[in-house]
Design a protein around this ligand. Structure first.
Ligand code: SAH
Ligand code: SF4
Ligand code: F3S
Length: 479
Protein backbone atom coordinates (compact mmCIF):
# COMPACT_ATOMS: atom_id res chain seq x y z
CA UNK A 1 0.00 0.00 0.00
CA UNK A 2 1.36 3.44 -0.93
CA UNK A 3 1.02 6.02 1.77
CA UNK A 4 0.45 9.72 1.22
CA UNK A 5 3.41 11.17 3.10
CA UNK A 6 2.96 14.74 1.87
CA UNK A 7 0.81 15.75 4.84
CA UNK A 8 3.55 15.07 7.36
CA UNK A 9 6.36 17.30 8.66
CA UNK A 10 9.38 15.23 7.70
CA UNK A 11 13.03 16.10 8.33
CA UNK A 12 15.59 16.83 5.65
CA UNK A 13 19.33 16.53 6.34
CA UNK A 14 20.27 19.14 3.73
CA UNK A 15 17.98 21.65 5.39
CA UNK A 16 19.34 20.64 8.80
CA UNK A 17 22.84 21.46 7.62
CA UNK A 18 21.99 25.13 7.10
CA UNK A 19 22.93 27.62 9.79
CA UNK A 20 21.02 30.88 10.08
CA UNK A 21 22.64 34.00 11.50
CA UNK A 22 19.51 34.94 13.36
CA UNK A 23 19.43 34.99 17.15
CA UNK A 24 17.43 32.16 18.67
CA UNK A 25 14.52 33.58 20.70
CA UNK A 26 13.85 32.31 24.24
CA UNK A 27 10.31 31.18 25.13
CA UNK A 28 8.56 29.95 28.27
CA UNK A 29 6.84 26.57 28.37
CA UNK A 30 3.11 26.73 29.01
CA UNK A 31 0.54 23.94 29.30
CA UNK A 32 -3.12 24.67 28.57
CA UNK A 33 -5.50 23.85 31.45
CA UNK A 34 -7.49 21.40 29.34
CA UNK A 35 -4.35 19.31 28.68
CA UNK A 36 -3.53 18.93 32.37
CA UNK A 37 -5.96 16.09 32.91
CA UNK A 38 -5.89 14.04 29.72
CA UNK A 39 -3.45 11.56 31.21
CA UNK A 40 -5.43 10.87 34.39
CA UNK A 41 -5.60 7.16 35.13
CA UNK A 42 -3.04 6.43 32.40
CA UNK A 43 0.66 5.57 32.44
CA UNK A 44 3.72 6.32 30.33
CA UNK A 45 7.01 4.59 29.65
CA UNK A 46 10.04 6.31 28.10
CA UNK A 47 12.94 4.22 26.83
CA UNK A 48 16.00 6.41 26.23
CA UNK A 49 19.11 5.51 24.20
CA UNK A 50 22.22 7.59 23.55
CA UNK A 51 24.02 10.38 25.33
CA UNK A 52 23.27 12.54 28.37
CA UNK A 53 21.55 15.12 26.13
CA UNK A 54 19.03 12.46 25.23
CA UNK A 55 18.67 11.41 28.86
CA UNK A 56 17.97 15.01 29.79
CA UNK A 57 15.37 15.19 27.01
CA UNK A 58 13.79 11.98 28.34
CA UNK A 59 13.50 13.63 31.76
CA UNK A 60 11.78 16.61 30.15
CA UNK A 61 9.30 14.39 28.29
CA UNK A 62 8.59 12.59 31.56
CA UNK A 63 8.03 15.95 33.27
CA UNK A 64 5.61 17.05 30.57
CA UNK A 65 3.67 13.78 30.67
CA UNK A 66 3.43 14.00 34.47
CA UNK A 67 2.03 17.53 34.19
CA UNK A 68 -0.60 16.08 31.86
CA UNK A 69 -1.63 13.63 34.57
CA UNK A 70 0.16 10.50 33.34
CA UNK A 71 1.98 8.28 35.82
CA UNK A 72 5.29 6.56 35.18
CA UNK A 73 5.52 2.80 34.71
CA UNK A 74 8.26 0.34 33.82
CA UNK A 75 5.75 -2.25 32.59
CA UNK A 76 5.05 -2.02 28.86
CA UNK A 77 1.69 -3.74 29.29
CA UNK A 78 0.46 -1.04 31.69
CA UNK A 79 1.48 1.88 29.49
CA UNK A 80 -0.90 4.02 27.43
CA UNK A 81 2.04 5.96 25.96
CA UNK A 82 5.43 4.45 25.09
CA UNK A 83 8.15 6.72 23.70
CA UNK A 84 11.37 5.31 22.27
CA UNK A 85 13.87 8.18 22.59
CA UNK A 86 16.49 7.25 20.02
CA UNK A 87 20.18 7.82 19.21
CA UNK A 88 21.65 7.98 15.70
CA UNK A 89 25.37 8.15 16.48
CA UNK A 90 26.31 4.70 15.11
CA UNK A 91 24.57 2.01 13.12
CA UNK A 92 24.36 -0.40 16.05
CA UNK A 93 22.54 2.24 18.13
CA UNK A 94 19.95 2.46 15.36
CA UNK A 95 19.67 -1.29 14.93
CA UNK A 96 18.74 -1.72 18.57
CA UNK A 97 15.86 0.68 18.05
CA UNK A 98 14.62 -1.09 14.92
CA UNK A 99 14.65 -4.34 16.90
CA UNK A 100 12.65 -2.75 19.71
CA UNK A 101 10.11 -1.26 17.32
CA UNK A 102 9.64 -4.63 15.63
CA UNK A 103 9.12 -6.30 18.99
CA UNK A 104 6.51 -3.73 20.04
CA UNK A 105 4.28 -4.58 17.09
CA UNK A 106 2.67 -7.40 19.06
CA UNK A 107 1.98 -5.12 22.02
CA UNK A 108 0.25 -2.60 19.78
CA UNK A 109 -1.81 -5.40 18.22
CA UNK A 110 -3.01 -6.46 21.68
CA UNK A 111 -3.60 -2.87 22.78
CA UNK A 112 -4.67 -0.71 19.80
CA UNK A 113 -5.18 2.33 22.08
CA UNK A 114 -1.48 2.38 22.95
CA UNK A 115 0.31 5.47 21.61
CA UNK A 116 3.72 4.36 20.40
CA UNK A 117 6.07 7.28 19.79
CA UNK A 118 9.59 7.70 18.39
CA UNK A 119 11.64 10.75 19.38
CA UNK A 120 15.30 11.75 19.56
CA UNK A 121 18.06 11.90 16.99
CA UNK A 122 16.90 9.07 14.70
CA UNK A 123 13.61 10.91 14.24
CA UNK A 124 15.62 13.77 12.68
CA UNK A 125 16.77 11.52 9.81
CA UNK A 126 14.63 11.42 6.71
CA UNK A 127 15.49 7.81 5.84
CA UNK A 128 14.37 6.76 9.33
CA UNK A 129 11.05 8.60 9.10
CA UNK A 130 10.39 7.16 5.63
CA UNK A 131 11.08 3.66 6.91
CA UNK A 132 8.75 4.18 9.87
CA UNK A 133 6.02 5.52 7.61
CA UNK A 134 6.22 2.58 5.26
CA UNK A 135 7.26 -0.38 7.38
CA UNK A 136 6.34 0.44 10.99
CA UNK A 137 2.75 1.46 10.71
CA UNK A 138 2.15 0.63 14.36
CA UNK A 139 4.18 3.75 15.30
CA UNK A 140 1.64 6.54 15.97
CA UNK A 141 3.85 9.49 16.76
CA UNK A 142 7.22 10.74 15.52
CA UNK A 143 8.68 14.02 16.78
CA UNK A 144 12.22 15.34 16.78
CA UNK A 145 14.69 17.00 19.10
CA UNK A 146 13.53 20.54 18.27
CA UNK A 147 9.91 20.38 19.40
CA UNK A 148 9.73 18.38 22.62
CA UNK A 149 7.76 21.25 24.18
CA UNK A 150 4.92 20.48 21.74
CA UNK A 151 4.49 16.95 23.13
CA UNK A 152 1.13 17.74 24.83
CA UNK A 153 -0.49 18.77 21.54
CA UNK A 154 0.91 15.71 19.75
CA UNK A 155 -0.39 13.34 22.42
CA UNK A 156 -3.78 15.03 22.28
CA UNK A 157 -4.00 14.62 18.49
CA UNK A 158 -2.82 11.02 18.58
CA UNK A 159 -5.32 10.19 21.34
CA UNK A 160 -8.42 11.87 19.99
CA UNK A 161 -8.04 12.00 16.22
CA UNK A 162 -6.43 8.55 15.96
CA UNK A 163 -4.27 9.99 13.18
CA UNK A 164 -0.55 9.31 12.91
CA UNK A 165 1.35 12.38 14.05
CA UNK A 166 4.66 13.00 12.25
CA UNK A 167 6.15 16.35 13.29
CA UNK A 168 9.88 16.70 12.74
CA UNK A 169 11.49 20.04 11.99
CA UNK A 170 14.84 20.17 10.24
CA UNK A 171 15.93 23.32 12.00
CA UNK A 172 15.99 24.30 15.62
CA UNK A 173 13.15 26.29 17.11
CA UNK A 174 13.34 28.63 20.07
CA UNK A 175 15.10 27.83 23.32
CA UNK A 176 12.24 26.94 25.64
CA UNK A 177 12.71 27.67 29.36
CA UNK A 178 10.71 26.52 32.31
CA UNK A 179 10.23 22.99 30.98
CA UNK A 180 9.12 20.54 33.68
CA UNK A 181 11.50 17.67 34.46
CA UNK A 182 11.09 14.35 36.19
CA UNK A 183 14.70 13.72 37.10
CA UNK A 184 15.87 10.13 37.41
CA UNK A 185 18.14 10.85 40.36
CA UNK A 186 17.56 12.82 43.55
CA UNK A 187 21.17 13.93 44.14
CA UNK A 188 22.69 14.19 40.66
CA UNK A 189 21.17 16.29 37.87
CA UNK A 190 21.81 17.10 34.20
CA UNK A 191 21.60 20.76 33.23
CA UNK A 192 21.71 21.81 29.57
CA UNK A 193 23.78 24.94 29.12
CA UNK A 194 23.54 24.90 25.34
CA UNK A 195 22.04 22.95 22.50
CA UNK A 196 23.25 21.87 19.07
CA UNK A 197 26.69 21.70 17.51
CA UNK A 198 28.40 23.74 14.78
CA UNK A 199 31.60 21.70 14.56
CA UNK A 200 30.60 19.38 11.69
CA UNK A 201 33.20 16.69 12.34
CA UNK A 202 32.94 14.80 9.05
CA UNK A 203 31.83 11.49 10.61
CA UNK A 204 29.19 12.89 12.94
CA UNK A 205 25.42 13.15 12.57
CA UNK A 206 24.85 15.33 15.65
CA UNK A 207 25.04 18.79 13.97
CA UNK A 208 22.21 17.60 11.70
CA UNK A 209 20.05 16.07 14.42
CA UNK A 210 20.53 18.77 17.06
CA UNK A 211 20.69 21.99 15.03
CA UNK A 212 22.91 25.01 15.41
CA UNK A 213 24.82 25.88 18.56
CA UNK A 214 22.73 28.03 20.87
CA UNK A 215 23.39 28.90 24.50
CA UNK A 216 20.96 29.29 27.35
CA UNK A 217 21.16 32.61 29.18
CA UNK A 218 23.40 32.60 32.23
CA UNK A 219 20.57 33.78 34.52
CA UNK A 220 18.38 30.84 33.46
CA UNK A 221 21.21 28.37 34.18
CA UNK A 222 21.97 29.98 37.54
CA UNK A 223 18.28 29.85 38.44
CA UNK A 224 18.11 26.14 37.61
CA UNK A 225 21.18 25.36 39.73
CA UNK A 226 19.84 27.47 42.60
CA UNK A 227 16.62 25.48 42.53
CA UNK A 228 18.55 22.20 42.42
CA UNK A 229 20.55 23.30 45.45
CA UNK A 230 17.38 24.07 47.38
CA UNK A 231 16.13 20.58 46.51
CA UNK A 232 19.28 19.04 48.03
CA UNK A 233 21.10 18.12 44.83
CA UNK A 234 24.81 17.46 45.39
CA UNK A 235 26.06 17.15 41.84
CA UNK A 236 25.23 18.85 38.56
CA UNK A 237 26.61 17.92 35.13
CA UNK A 238 26.47 20.77 32.63
CA UNK A 239 25.59 19.49 29.18
CA UNK A 240 26.45 20.60 25.68
CA UNK A 241 27.91 18.87 22.62
CA UNK A 242 30.79 21.32 22.89
CA UNK A 243 30.54 23.20 26.19
CA UNK A 244 33.69 25.15 25.37
CA UNK A 245 31.71 27.00 22.72
CA UNK A 246 29.22 28.22 25.36
CA UNK A 247 28.35 31.87 24.81
CA UNK A 248 29.95 32.18 21.38
CA UNK A 249 26.48 32.86 19.97
CA UNK A 250 25.88 35.81 22.31
CA UNK A 251 26.16 38.92 20.18
CA UNK A 252 26.11 41.54 22.90
CA UNK A 253 28.71 40.24 25.33
CA UNK A 254 31.82 38.08 25.50
CA UNK A 255 30.72 35.90 28.40
CA UNK A 256 32.18 32.41 27.87
CA UNK A 257 32.33 28.99 29.49
CA UNK A 258 35.06 29.93 31.97
CA UNK A 259 32.93 32.85 33.21
CA UNK A 260 29.92 30.57 33.56
CA UNK A 261 31.92 28.06 35.65
CA UNK A 262 32.97 30.84 38.05
CA UNK A 263 29.39 32.09 38.40
CA UNK A 264 27.99 28.60 38.95
CA UNK A 265 30.65 27.89 41.58
CA UNK A 266 29.05 30.55 43.78
CA UNK A 267 25.66 28.80 43.81
CA UNK A 268 26.80 26.27 46.42
CA UNK A 269 26.25 22.92 44.69
CA UNK A 270 29.13 20.79 46.04
CA UNK A 271 30.03 19.12 42.74
CA UNK A 272 29.87 20.53 39.23
CA UNK A 273 30.91 18.55 36.16
CA UNK A 274 30.54 19.22 32.46
CA UNK A 275 30.54 17.31 29.22
CA UNK A 276 31.62 17.37 26.40
CA UNK A 277 34.56 19.55 25.49
CA UNK A 278 36.12 20.10 22.10
CA UNK A 279 39.93 20.40 22.37
CA UNK A 280 40.01 23.17 19.78
CA UNK A 281 37.82 25.48 21.88
CA UNK A 282 39.24 24.63 25.31
CA UNK A 283 40.75 27.87 26.62
CA UNK A 284 42.92 29.13 29.46
CA UNK A 285 39.96 30.80 31.19
CA UNK A 286 38.26 27.42 31.55
CA UNK A 287 41.39 25.74 32.89
CA UNK A 288 41.88 28.53 35.44
CA UNK A 289 38.25 28.33 36.52
CA UNK A 290 38.67 24.61 37.25
CA UNK A 291 41.79 25.41 39.27
CA UNK A 292 40.16 28.21 41.27
CA UNK A 293 36.65 26.85 41.92
CA UNK A 294 36.26 24.18 44.60
CA UNK A 295 32.99 22.87 43.21
CA UNK A 296 34.33 22.25 39.69
CA UNK A 297 35.51 18.64 39.78
CA UNK A 298 39.07 17.67 38.76
CA UNK A 299 37.90 15.55 35.85
CA UNK A 300 37.99 16.32 32.15
CA UNK A 301 36.54 14.36 29.24
CA UNK A 302 38.45 15.61 26.20
CA UNK A 303 37.65 13.54 23.09
CA UNK A 304 40.67 13.24 20.81
CA UNK A 305 39.14 10.86 18.19
CA UNK A 306 42.50 9.96 16.62
CA UNK A 307 46.23 10.37 17.22
CA UNK A 308 47.01 10.87 13.55
CA UNK A 309 47.16 14.48 12.42
CA UNK A 310 46.22 13.50 8.89
CA UNK A 311 43.13 11.58 10.07
CA UNK A 312 42.23 14.50 12.37
CA UNK A 313 42.33 16.77 9.35
CA UNK A 314 39.99 14.47 7.42
CA UNK A 315 37.74 14.45 10.47
CA UNK A 316 37.67 18.29 10.46
CA UNK A 317 38.81 18.47 14.08
CA UNK A 318 40.94 21.67 13.85
CA UNK A 319 43.90 20.39 15.89
CA UNK A 320 46.88 18.06 15.42
CA UNK A 321 48.36 15.31 17.57
CA UNK A 322 50.95 17.81 18.81
CA UNK A 323 48.59 20.68 19.60
CA UNK A 324 46.26 18.27 21.44
CA UNK A 325 49.15 17.02 23.60
CA UNK A 326 50.28 20.61 24.22
CA UNK A 327 46.82 21.57 25.43
CA UNK A 328 46.72 18.55 27.71
CA UNK A 329 50.11 19.50 29.14
CA UNK A 330 48.88 23.02 29.80
CA UNK A 331 45.71 21.67 31.46
CA UNK A 332 47.78 19.42 33.75
CA UNK A 333 50.15 22.24 34.65
CA UNK A 334 47.26 24.47 35.65
CA UNK A 335 45.20 21.75 37.37
CA UNK A 336 47.71 19.19 38.71
CA UNK A 337 46.27 15.72 39.26
CA UNK A 338 43.25 16.27 37.02
CA UNK A 339 41.90 13.03 35.58
CA UNK A 340 41.46 13.05 31.80
CA UNK A 341 39.40 10.66 29.68
CA UNK A 342 38.68 10.64 25.96
CA UNK A 343 36.78 9.22 22.96
CA UNK A 344 38.59 7.48 20.09
CA UNK A 345 37.37 6.24 16.73
CA UNK A 346 39.33 3.51 14.89
CA UNK A 347 38.93 2.55 11.26
CA UNK A 348 38.07 6.00 9.95
CA UNK A 349 38.08 5.83 6.11
CA UNK A 350 41.66 5.67 4.88
CA UNK A 351 43.21 5.08 8.33
CA UNK A 352 46.59 3.40 7.70
CA UNK A 353 48.64 1.20 10.04
CA UNK A 354 50.83 4.22 10.63
CA UNK A 355 47.85 6.40 11.53
CA UNK A 356 46.73 3.78 14.00
CA UNK A 357 50.22 3.58 15.54
CA UNK A 358 50.01 7.34 16.01
CA UNK A 359 46.80 6.82 17.95
CA UNK A 360 48.47 4.22 20.20
CA UNK A 361 51.42 6.55 20.69
CA UNK A 362 49.13 9.45 21.63
CA UNK A 363 47.22 7.27 24.10
CA UNK A 364 50.48 6.34 25.81
CA UNK A 365 51.70 9.91 25.96
CA UNK A 366 48.36 11.39 27.03
CA UNK A 367 47.99 9.09 30.07
CA UNK A 368 44.23 8.91 29.72
CA UNK A 369 42.45 7.39 32.71
CA UNK A 370 39.64 6.05 30.55
CA UNK A 371 38.30 6.14 27.02
CA UNK A 372 35.22 5.29 25.03
CA UNK A 373 36.45 3.57 21.89
CA UNK A 374 34.45 2.98 18.73
CA UNK A 375 34.76 1.50 15.27
CA UNK A 376 33.85 4.15 12.71
CA UNK A 377 30.27 3.80 11.52
CA UNK A 378 29.24 5.64 8.33
CA UNK A 379 26.26 7.98 8.81
CA UNK A 380 24.20 8.77 5.74
CA UNK A 381 24.30 12.47 4.91
CA UNK A 382 27.68 13.19 6.56
CA UNK A 383 30.76 13.97 4.41
CA UNK A 384 32.77 10.94 5.61
CA UNK A 385 30.05 8.56 4.43
CA UNK A 386 31.27 9.38 0.91
CA UNK A 387 34.97 8.85 1.70
CA UNK A 388 36.53 5.70 0.26
CA UNK A 389 36.57 3.06 2.99
CA UNK A 390 38.32 -0.11 1.87
CA UNK A 391 39.72 -1.26 5.20
CA UNK A 392 39.00 -4.89 6.08
CA UNK A 393 36.40 -5.00 8.94
CA UNK A 394 38.58 -7.61 10.64
CA UNK A 395 41.49 -5.15 10.76
CA UNK A 396 39.21 -2.55 12.34
CA UNK A 397 38.23 -5.03 15.04
CA UNK A 398 41.86 -5.91 15.71
CA UNK A 399 42.72 -2.23 16.04
CA UNK A 400 39.90 -1.72 18.50
CA UNK A 401 41.06 -4.71 20.53
CA UNK A 402 44.66 -3.48 20.65
CA UNK A 403 43.59 0.02 21.55
CA UNK A 404 41.34 -1.25 24.34
CA UNK A 405 44.24 -3.16 25.91
CA UNK A 406 46.19 0.06 26.19
CA UNK A 407 43.18 2.04 27.35
CA UNK A 408 42.46 -0.50 30.11
CA UNK A 409 46.00 -0.09 31.36
CA UNK A 410 45.20 3.62 31.71
CA UNK A 411 42.08 2.88 33.75
CA UNK A 412 44.16 0.76 36.13
CA UNK A 413 46.97 3.29 36.48
CA UNK A 414 44.42 6.04 37.03
CA UNK A 415 42.96 4.09 39.93
CA UNK A 416 46.35 3.07 41.34
CA UNK A 417 47.24 6.63 42.20
CA UNK A 418 44.51 6.55 44.87
CA UNK A 419 45.75 3.42 46.69
CA UNK A 420 45.65 4.11 50.48
CA UNK A 421 44.27 7.62 49.91
CA UNK A 422 41.16 8.96 51.60
CA UNK A 423 38.65 10.10 48.97
CA UNK A 424 35.22 11.71 49.09
CA UNK A 425 32.50 9.54 47.58
CA UNK A 426 29.02 10.65 46.58
CA UNK A 427 27.09 7.47 47.36
CA UNK A 428 24.73 6.47 44.53
CA UNK A 429 23.25 3.30 46.03
CA UNK A 430 23.89 -0.44 46.16
CA UNK A 431 26.59 -1.71 43.79
CA UNK A 432 25.20 -3.10 40.52
CA UNK A 433 27.13 -6.34 40.90
CA UNK A 434 26.74 -6.85 44.64
CA UNK A 435 23.71 -5.40 46.47
CA UNK A 436 25.47 -5.99 49.81
CA UNK A 437 27.86 -3.11 49.20
CA UNK A 438 27.43 0.54 48.27
CA UNK A 439 28.89 2.33 45.27
CA UNK A 440 29.62 5.92 44.36
CA UNK A 441 32.03 8.24 42.60
CA UNK A 442 34.99 10.36 43.72
CA UNK A 443 35.70 13.90 42.50
CA UNK A 444 37.97 12.34 39.83
CA UNK A 445 34.99 10.23 38.71
CA UNK A 446 36.40 6.94 40.02
CA UNK A 447 33.98 4.23 41.03
CA UNK A 448 34.39 3.13 44.66
CA UNK A 449 32.69 0.18 46.38
CA UNK A 450 32.53 -0.16 50.15
CA UNK A 451 30.51 -1.70 52.96
CA UNK A 452 28.22 0.71 54.79
CA UNK A 453 24.62 1.00 55.91
CA UNK A 454 22.04 2.20 53.38
CA UNK A 455 21.63 5.43 55.34
CA UNK A 456 24.82 6.58 53.59
CA UNK A 457 23.06 6.65 50.20
CA UNK A 458 22.77 10.17 48.78
CA UNK A 459 25.55 11.57 51.00
CA UNK A 460 29.16 12.54 50.39
CA UNK A 461 31.33 10.38 52.68
CA UNK A 462 35.04 9.79 53.26
CA UNK A 463 36.39 6.42 52.15
CA UNK A 464 39.92 5.01 52.41
CA UNK A 465 41.00 3.06 49.31
CA UNK A 466 42.18 -0.43 50.23
CA UNK A 467 42.30 -2.25 46.93
CA UNK A 468 42.52 -1.10 43.33
CA UNK A 469 41.14 -2.88 40.25
CA UNK A 470 40.87 -1.81 36.61
CA UNK A 471 37.21 -0.75 36.72
CA UNK A 472 36.69 0.13 40.39
CA UNK A 473 38.30 0.53 43.79
CA UNK A 474 37.40 -1.09 47.12
CA UNK A 475 37.44 1.07 50.21
CA UNK A 476 36.48 1.40 53.87
CA UNK A 477 34.43 4.14 55.45
CA UNK A 478 36.55 6.57 57.50
CA UNK A 479 34.69 7.59 60.64
N1 SAH B 1 29.88 16.17 21.20
C1 SAH B 1 30.54 15.15 21.85
C2 SAH B 1 29.94 13.79 21.73
C3 SAH B 1 29.69 13.27 20.38
S1 SAH B 1 29.14 11.64 20.26
C4 SAH B 1 31.96 15.23 21.40
O1 SAH B 1 32.30 15.85 20.44
O2 SAH B 1 32.76 14.65 22.07
C5 SAH B 1 30.26 10.73 21.25
C6 SAH B 1 31.34 10.05 20.52
O3 SAH B 1 30.85 9.16 19.55
C7 SAH B 1 32.26 10.96 19.73
O4 SAH B 1 33.18 11.60 20.55
C8 SAH B 1 32.91 10.00 18.77
O5 SAH B 1 34.05 9.39 19.35
C9 SAH B 1 31.84 8.93 18.58
N2 SAH B 1 31.24 9.00 17.25
C10 SAH B 1 30.55 10.02 16.71
N3 SAH B 1 30.18 9.71 15.43
C11 SAH B 1 30.66 8.48 15.17
C12 SAH B 1 30.63 7.61 14.04
N4 SAH B 1 30.03 7.98 12.91
N5 SAH B 1 31.22 6.39 14.15
C13 SAH B 1 31.83 6.02 15.29
N6 SAH B 1 31.90 6.79 16.38
C14 SAH B 1 31.32 8.01 16.34
FE1 SF4 C 1 29.82 15.48 16.66
FE2 SF4 C 1 32.09 16.79 16.47
FE3 SF4 C 1 29.88 18.06 17.27
FE4 SF4 C 1 31.01 16.27 18.87
S1 SF4 C 1 31.93 18.20 18.22
S2 SF4 C 1 28.86 16.45 18.41
S3 SF4 C 1 31.82 14.76 17.44
S4 SF4 C 1 30.26 17.20 15.25
FE1 F3S D 1 23.02 9.97 20.04
FE2 F3S D 1 21.86 12.23 19.47
FE3 F3S D 1 23.27 12.02 21.65
S1 F3S D 1 22.88 10.90 18.04
S2 F3S D 1 24.83 10.56 21.09
S3 F3S D 1 21.43 10.91 21.21
S4 F3S D 1 23.07 13.83 20.40
Amino acid sequence: MDIDVSKYFKPNLNEARKRSRKDVPHDQFHLDEQLKTIGHGKKYLIDTYGCQANEADGETMAGILSLMGFEKTNQEKEASVIIINTCAIRENAENRVWGELGRLKALKRDNPDLILGVSGCMAQEENVVNRILKKFQHVDLVFGTHNIDQLPQYIQTAMFSKERVIEVFSQEGNIVENLPKNRNHTKKAWVNIMFGCDEFCTYCIVPYTRGKERSRLREDIIEELTELKSLGYLEVTLLGQNVNAYGKDFKTNDYTFGDLLRDLDTVGIPRIRFTTSHPHDLDLKTMEAIRDCDSIMPFFHLPVQSGSSSVLKKMNRHYTKETYLDKLKQLREIVPGISVTTDIIVGFPGETDEDFLDTLDLVEKAKFEGAFTFIYSPREGTPAAKFKDDLDPQVKKERLYKLNELVNQGYLEGNQRFQDEVVEVLVDGPSKNNPEILAGYTPHQKLVNFKAPETYIGKIVKVKIKEVKTWYMMGEIVQ
